[in-house]
Design a protein around this ligand. Structure first.
Ligand code: FAD
Ligand code: NDP
Length: 448
């Protein structure tokens, strides 16, 4: 819809605008059509040049040496066994995709966005789905991110870059910086590509308790217990991945063309590198709204309807700090299931405000690497009770806080077993005897 405002500026006006074109945007678009949005009413503005896609594919199927996943196969919403929303789908539904376009400012009082191409877009309702950006080494005082063989992994352009470097260094050496989700998934994918991988991180274990607690105010207890982490580390080692723990990168060695040849670590050692992958955490993209909306926990604070401190503005996905009923507190989650479900909930709240209640979300994270696959539901606070046979490949842990089950982790489960731990966690049953719980193991969840 083109309108002329005061005969001068051309302003495009939409009823609904989604700012950001990632996972949450795709799931929101599908929900808008289900709730009866009319052609021409909805617009998605994204810095990325492609329609929304399933970001998790970038560290998994996209990096496979044989038959790698490529667009359009993983456009949203295939990740939740829903329709695949190709650019044609958006066209058929009259949804305007403004791609390859960064929004450089937003005026929430005037309900207007200004794009980097100089266009003004107005809205009645804005859905913020700007996700997050990868933290750069420079933010930790290390220079060299611009070298062509130093890779980050947040979007499709990064993934294409990583594939190019990977293909140019077959059988070479990769150093992966960061023992979080990106580090672990990329290390596995690189090993599958027959690259020699060394994973470097500051903690004692991967995806384990954070040493620094530096990013935000509250302590960050990462998911794995030392016992769970040790299982994955041993598995990775059996696939040839090496671990260098308790230290961080301090600088790079470059060749005459500016490519990284080696990384220097704080412990004084040096590792040869044909490829470096950096996964040292993210920062939510909130900067457009600082001073305009209430922020909390590094994200944009929303209520149970995903509505921000401005009635006409909603926020979803990685950028939203929302009340998690189960925990009785506000959290910001950086996982795909929460992006999908918060987007769906926000759209229901926008389109059917009287019918929609408060977002009642059970946090769910998962990962798949090599032949492994785990799922986690709830919260990893309190005491961890391990169960199962860690040598059989099917094992897990429950977290008990204040006498109740609050979190469940399972590796190698069946569909029914994953459903059982999800249900058990959502019910928060009382647990009196931790030793007995450990003995019952999966049966505890299966018989609830
Ligand atoms: P995003 O998907 O990041 O989308 C944000 C969008 O906003 C992007 O398109 C961005 O370009 C756009 N944008 C930002 N600012 C602007 C602006 N100013 N103007 C225009 N556009 C803008 N989670 C899991 O649970 N399991 C997994 O296995 C898993 N794997 C992952 C693998 C990788 C490689 C990555 C990077 C993440 C993974 N995640 C996984 C996390 C999951 O992908 C995120 O939680 C999810 O993508 C968040 O969705 P979102 O829509 O909030 O943000
Ligand atoms: P994470 O926060 O998971 O992990 C970051 C890791 O980098 C930690 O081990 C951290 O250690 C370490 N680190 C921090 N600073 C440095 C430094 N200067 N040098 C070396 N190591 C450092 O972030 P990721 O980058 O791995 O993941 C990015 C996002 O993608 C997250 O939102 C994640 O949830 C998402 N993702 C999710 C997946 C899933 O759910 N399966 C898969 C892939 C990505 P410390 O804790 O001590 O600071």
């Amino acid at each position: 819809m083109l309108m002329s405002a005061n005969g001068a500026d051309l302003v495009r006006a939409f009823v609904y605008v989604i700012l950001g074109g990632g996972v949450a945007a795709g799931y929101a678009a599908l929900e808008f059509t289900r709730k009866g949005v009319s052609p021409g009413e909805l617009c998605i503005i994204s810095e990325e040049p492609v329609a929304p896609y399933e970001r998790p594919a970038l560290s998994k199927g996209f990096l496979l040496p044989e038959s790698p996943a490529r667009l359009p196969s993983f456009h949203t919403c295939v990740g939740a066994n829903e329709e695949r929303l190709t650019p044609k789908w958006y066209k058929e539904h009259g949804i305007e995709l403004v791609l390859g376009t960064r929004v450089k400012s937003v005026d929430v009082r005037r309900k207007k966005l200004l794009t980097a191409t100089g266009e003004t877009i107005s809205y009645k309702i804005l859905l913020i789905a700007t996700g997050a950006r990868a933290l750069k080494l420079e933010e930790f005082g290390v220079d060299g991110s611009e070298a062509e063989n130093v890779c980050y992994l947040r979007d499709l352009a990064d993934a294409n870059g990583l594939v190019n470097v990977m293909q140019s260094c077959s059988s070479g050496n990769a150093v992966v910086i960061g023992g979080g989700y990106i580090g672990m998934e990329c290390a596995a994918s690189l090993a599958i590509n027959k690259i020699n991988v060394t994973l470097v991180f500051p903690e004692v274990h991967c995806i384990c308790l954070s040493k620094s607690y530096s990013f935000f105010d509250e302590a960050v207890a990462r998911l794995f217990t030392p016992k769970i982490a040790s299982y994955y580390e041993e598995y990775y080692q059996s696939k040839g991945v090496k671990f260098v723990k308790g230290t961080v990168l301090t600088s790079f060695e470059f060749d005459s063309s500016g490519k990284v040849m080696a990384v220097n670590l704080r412990d004084g050692s040096q590792l040869p590198a044909d490829l470096v992958v950096v996964g040292i955490g993210i920062r939510p993209n909130t900067s457009l709204f600082e001073g305009q909306l209430t922020l909390e926990k590094g994200g944009i604070k929303v209520n149970g309807k995903m509505q921000t401190s401005n009635d006409s503005v909603y926020a979803v996905g990685d950028v939203a700090a929302f009340p998690v009923k189960l925990f009785g507190e506000t959290r910001r989650l950086e996982h795909v299931d929460s992006a999908r479900k918060s987007a769906k909930h926000a759209v229901a709240a926008i389109m059917e405000p009287k019918k929609s209640g408060e977002f009642d979300y059970l946090p769910f994270f998962y990962s798949r690497v090599f032949g492994l696959s785990w799922q986690f539901y709830g919260d990893n606070v309190g005491e961890a009770v391990h169960f199962g046979d860690y040598s059989s490949g099917t094992f897990g842990a429950y977290w008990i806080s204040k006498g109740h089950l609050v979190g469940s982790f399972l590796e190698g489960g069946t569909k029914e077993e994953y459903e059982a731990i999800a249900k058990a966690t959502s019910l928060k049953p009382p647990v009196e005897d931790l030793a007995e719980l450990g003995q019952q193991g999966l049966n505890f969840a299966l018989t609830i």
